[in-house]
Design a protein around this ligand. Sequence first.
Ligand code: ADP
Ligand code: MG
Length: 428
Amino acid sequence: MISETFLTEKLQHFFGYNSFKDGQAEIMRALLAGHSTLGILPTGTGKSLCYQLMGKILKKPVLIVSPLLSLMQDQVEQLRYLGEKKAIALTSELSYQHKQFVLQHLGEYDYVYLAPEMLQKQAVLAQLMHISLGLFVVDEAHCISQWGPDFRPDYLDLKELRQKIGNPLTLALTATATSAVESDICQQLFDTNEVPKIIRRSVDRANIFLAVKEVTSQQQKNEYLLQLLPQLKMPVLIYFSSKKKADELSQLIRAKTSLRTAAYHAGLAKSDRYSIQQQFMQDQLDVICATSAFGMGINKKNIRCILHYHLPADLESYSQEVGRAGRDQQLSLALLLFDPADIKLQRQLSSNTLPDDLEIEYYFRHKGLDHKHSAASEKELLLEYYTQRAMTPEKIRLIFKRRRLRKEEKLQALINYLKSTECRRNFL
Ligand code: ADP
Ligand code: MG
């Protein structure tokens, strides 16, 4: 067994930290003993460091599957800042020549980040079969689970891809801790005869004060927000479930207060999104009005307040989103503005993401969906995914029925939280 002293020396030598955060050393010891591992640690506990230091100790390349471009860029930038020059994000943003170069020299990089879609490419797989990986990492592993807050069908192919590259030692990481997500990750990623070590730490974040403010109308909500914001410590991140509202409120806040604010959502150009994210990171913005497109993996330590203008999708998303506050351990606030009329909106939004029976029928008859519907493309993707796996319409109908029921249950749990009179932290 590798001793903790040995690991601490390596930690100091390579990253300059004096001690491990809770859970880190245990994950590395499991890996060094040869066990593939699932690490469930709260946001901000330094999950990345586990594989970064492993790379140094094993002296072999680490491959990291990550769901988002901005997340990969962020990580690569951080590594470069630490002096790790041999880190790269293999993304569609690279020029053709650059990508070819990276592929030909894949084994010479210490850290290679890529999205699951990229890992499926024949050219990438072919190169990976030639090199000896130290560690295969699945970051934000909850994306593998339908019950996770950010389910990504592409993550479901990881088991097969991992087999193709010779079942390397694997580390799956997430902050989402429900047992449904946990067992999904184990099943979808590992063979039945290969039981991963599970290392889990509580998601309790004692420095975040959780509160709910009930209002009775949109107008009251806006008034309350405008009156509250100037009294809060900055920076503040406000979550919206619509791009339009995020834009509107960002404008309203700019007009009525002296706070520096911007909106952030998938409707903006990539370059705008990037520059807004940078400004926020560098404290050039006080308030950011965002949709859930903002935040996964955002590593800003001093966010003082997370406001929810609309309801979050469910309690898991809520824990993840509020977990972005107070990573510096300073007292922070998470406040949800609750207008009971928003329940209807959330129900509509969540049913919008899953095809109903009529749409499934339409899809099979016309080999596509009616694009007048705004969420059609996401549903189409899901339908395509299941039909490619040769599932019958009946089976698909059943899957989506189950998923809709599950969503309704989750929404109910959220409503129970909002109405609860017990300690909110206990409830979560
Ligand atoms: P997570 O993925 O768990 O949300 P990150 O990997 O993004 O968290 O790390 C959050 C921050 O913690 C980073 O800025 C990282 O440099 C820092 N960190 C990681 N390990 C340690 C440590 N042992 N001591 C101090 N800071 C650490
Ligand atoms: Mg992370």
